[in-house]
Design a protein around this ligand. Structure first.
Ligand code: HEC
Length: 189
């Protein structure tokens, strides 16, 4: 699989509207940020190629995440057409159980995604096809103060995707779920 493919979330119209508004209001801030990114992007992209940490945030795939507890599954419609599950470390699960917001520092959420395919054995069943991305959100209020205490990483075949994709993460999470500490997923019980 091409690890630089631009696997993205589809942006629902509510998101696009909010993003457009934010863009209008924050044009100067965005221009300033773009300047910073332009100055640092080649170095950051170089890092991304040579390390397993995400550009911009330095987030890595957490060890042992496959053993973490389930928070919820999700289905993403076309064009991505994926099955997903979100898993959380012990801090995340405790925060969900106790309704703690914002999530405490050290909370980590991972989202695994697969192509959504029809079972060859039983047509009505949907099953995971090829794995697409592993995405990670790390809460650290000091390190990631500029992005609501959230650090992001998107990985394809275990390697982080490019800087441009990482520049989209916070904007969408901020536009749509700021009131839930930038986290979409609720605990499925
Ligand atoms: C256009 C909107 C959008 C963008 C851009 C986006 N996300 Fe998300 N993200 C979502 C939605 C919606 C969910 C909820 C689960 C689902 O539907 O897959 C989600 C869920 C997550 C989760 C699970 C925790 C949670 O908030 O539910 C992680 C981790 C995550 N995204 C990481 C990333 C990373 C890393 C990037 C950037 C590389 C990114 N996201 C960019 C919309 C977005």
């Amino acid at each position: 699989m091409n690890r630089n493919n631009t696997t993205r979330h589809a942006c629902p119209s509510s998101c696009r509207g909010t993003l457009a508004k934010l863009t209008g209001l924050g044009l100067l801030a965005l221009a300033a940020a773009a300047g910073v990114f332009a100055a640092t992007s080649s170095a950051a992209e170089e890092d991304a190629k040579t390390s397993d940490a995400s550009p911009l945030y330095g987030v890595t795939i957490p060890k042992g995440y496959r053993q973490w507890q389930l928070i919820a599954p999700a289905i993403e419609a076309e064009p991505l057409n994926e099955l997903r599950v979100v898993l959380g470390n012990a801090k995340a699960i405790q925060a969900y159980d106790q309704g703690t917001l914002p999530f405490p520092d050290g909370t980590i959420l991972t989202k695994l995604a697969w192509k959504h395919v029809q079972s060859p054995e039983f047509a009505p069943a949907s099953i995971p096809g090829a794995a697409t991305t592993v995405q990670v959100m790390v809460k650290d209020s000091k390190k990631y103060a500029a992005t609501g205490g959230c650090g992001f990483g998107r990985f394809v075949d275990g390697k982080p995707v490019d800087l441009t994709q990482h520049q989209t993460c916070f904007a969408c999470h901020q536009a749509l779920v700021k009131n839930h500490d930038y986290v979409f997923t609720r605990h499925a019980r």
